[in-house]
Design a protein around this ligand. Structure first.
Ligand code: PXL
Length: 282
């Protein structure tokens, strides 16, 4: 069985980071090893959340794995809590990366034009540096703007997206994929660049008019799960985009507060059956 290591926080309640990655990737038939960077009562969009930082646990945990001879098919990073954790994550890449290990980075730190409460520009710079170690990065437009120094826009054209991809490519990742890209009314999706070939790829689906927390984590988990199962990049990102859109649509029917999260539990059966079809024809 393939095995992914995911490095991100545990937000005990609120449906994001590890509480999304673990069930989603496991449902896709891939073992999910977790390295929790911190334990929070909820994600940071709630008021008065508690945090227990786990920075001092990271190296002892991975050294134990190393002594057991553990290897990973992919390492997937999401929300990291501090500059020090970014440095440690780089070290962990060095300890476990082989020619066959996919390094997949979601540089989680911002959305809707703003950094999340725990972060500043210095952190954005360090996150941009971490992206240089990746095979694939999947920032949203806000995160990409912070990492490239480009202006954040809510209305833009294809030239803006292509320039952003070119600047992201300079960070050093082999493939750069912008998420939440909307190039026509009522559509949203991904726009990617494979820096090895210079080829762009684009996948758009119908935009569901609702914004929920944690959807970026769902998207990234499905994409890395699909890639690890052997889907092509186009198939994996299309699956991730479609599953995220469908889950948002289902959640809209049963609306909770938008900062809470989406009802991905309800759509996991569809994810599993679509993955089986995609694998059969890929
Ligand atoms: O979904 C991203 C995320 C993950 N983890 C924590 C967060 C956020 C976004 O705000 O606060 C703790």
């Amino acid at each position: 069985m393939k095995k992914i290591l995911t490095i991100q926080d545990i937000s005990c309640m609120g449906k994001c980071s590890i509480t999304v990655a673990l069930p989603v990737i496991s449902a896709m038939g891939v073992e999910t090893v977790i390295l929790p960077t911190a334990v929070l009562s909820t994600h940071t969009m709630f008021k008065n959340f508690t945090v227990k930082d786990l920075t001092d646990q990271l190296i002892p945990i991975v050294e134990h794995w190393k002594s057991e001879g553990v290897t990973f098919d992919a390492i997937y990073t999401g929300y990291l809590g501090s500059a020090e954790e970014i440095e440690i994550t780089k070290k962990i890449f060095g300890m476990f990366k082989t020619d066959d290990t996919l390094i997949f980075i979601d540089p989680v730190m911002a959305d809707n034009g703003k950094l999340y409460p725990a972060f500043d520009m210095e952190y954005a710079k360090l996150n941009a540096g971490l992206c240089g170690s990746a095979d694939i990065i999947v920032p949203n437009i806000t995160e990409a703007a912070f990492m490239t120094g480009m202006e954040y826009k809510t209305e833009y054209d294809e030239d803006y997206v292509k320039e952003m991809l070119d600047r992201l490519a300079k960070l050093g990742s082999k493939v750069v994929v912008l998420t939440g890209v909307s190039l026509s009314e009522g559509k949203t999706g991904v726009y990617g660049l494979d820096t090895r070939t210079g080829e762009h790829f684009i996948y758009q689906n119908d935009r569901v008019d609702a914004a929920f927390h944690g959807t970026g984590d769902i998207f990234a988990s499905v994409a890395v799960g699909g890639l690890t199962r052997g889907l092509s990049m186009e198939k994996a990102f299309a699956l991730a985009a479609d599953y995220t859109a469908e889950t948002i649509a289902v959640t809209k029917i049963d609306p909770k507060e938008p900062w809470y999260g989406v009802n991905f539990e309800q759509t996991i059966p569809t994810l599993v059956s679509r993955l089986a079809v995609d694998l059969a024809v890929d």
